[in-house]
Design a protein around this ligand. Structure first.
Ligand SMILES: [Zn+2]
Length: 243
């Protein structure tokens, strides 16, 4: 049991060290992530507008060739006007010509609104582009800075991660699950010691009777206020002495 508690405390200490390493990188990792997200959002917006423009242009081309077809038909109908045999045929042809005219007008209006909309989309894209370029440049700088910082602490981190893995493999599965859960909920600190009769995690007093029980190191106790795993000072001191 004592070993179980010791391993948990060792795990907490190595995680503390890794957290410190992470913290030494400051806000950079977060800033890089936020920049990446912002860029991605803007790029997606630009891409979807570019796609919209492309599809509208295809539609415009279709409309234009349809107009040409109508114009050819119209020309044919108009030439036929000269060879009609009676009023009925004449009226029928004129009706066809009128209808063709209506269709052409409709298509021309559609093309016009496509053009207006595409111009609007183009403007929107061009408005975003300088911001996007700025953000990308900013991201590149920050990524380079972060890389530099990571590089300077890389060896130390690799070593600590290896140590951590070794320690973690010694922790019992249910203990590890509890540890990780509490660590996540309690800002990284899952294991606490007793300092001046209080839980080092939440500073609430641990009752004397409970302190005695904890000092026996034969059971796993959680702080009744914050839920952190409590280990005795004896165990904490021993582990710290180990280095
Ligand atoms: Zn507590």
């Amino acid at each position: 049991m004592e070993n179980r508690l010791k391993t948990l405390y060792r795990l907490q200490l190595i995680d503390d060290e890794l957290d410190e390493l992470e913290a030494s990188r400051g806000d950079l990792p977060l800033m890089v992530r936020e920049l990446e997200n912002r860029i991605k959002t803007l790029q997606n917006a630009v891409e979807s507008k570019e796609l919209e423009i492309k599809e509208a242009q295809e539609k415009q081309q279709k409309d234009e060739s349809e107009i040409e077809r109508y114009l050819e038909n119209q020309k044919k109908f108009k030439s036929q006007l000269f060879s009609v045999k009676n009023n009925r045929e004449y009226d029928a042809l004129n009706k066809e010509i009128d209808q063709t005219e209506v269709q052409i007008k409709k298509l021309e209006m559609e093309i016009e609104s496509i053009k207006v909309n595409n111009q609007k989309l183009d403007r929107e894209i061009n408005e975003v582009k300088p911001e996007l370029e700025e953000l990308v440049a900013d991201l590149e700088n920050k990524q380079a800075d972060l890389k530099q910082i990571i590089k300077s602490t890389e060896k130390e981190e690799v070593k600590k991660r290896e140590q951590r893995e070794k320690i973690e493999s010694q922790v019992r599965k249910p203990d590890l699950t509890a540890y990780l859960r509490i660590r996540k909920a309690k800002n990284g600190k899952a294991v606490a010691t007793i300092k001046r009769s209080a839980c080092s995690g939440c500073h609430n007093i641990v009752p004397p009777q409970r302190q005695l029980e904890i000092r026996k190191n034969n059971r796993l106790f959680n702080c009744e206020y914050c839920g952190r795993i409590l280990v005795s000072n004896e165990i904490a001191e021993e582990i710290v002495k180990e280095g």
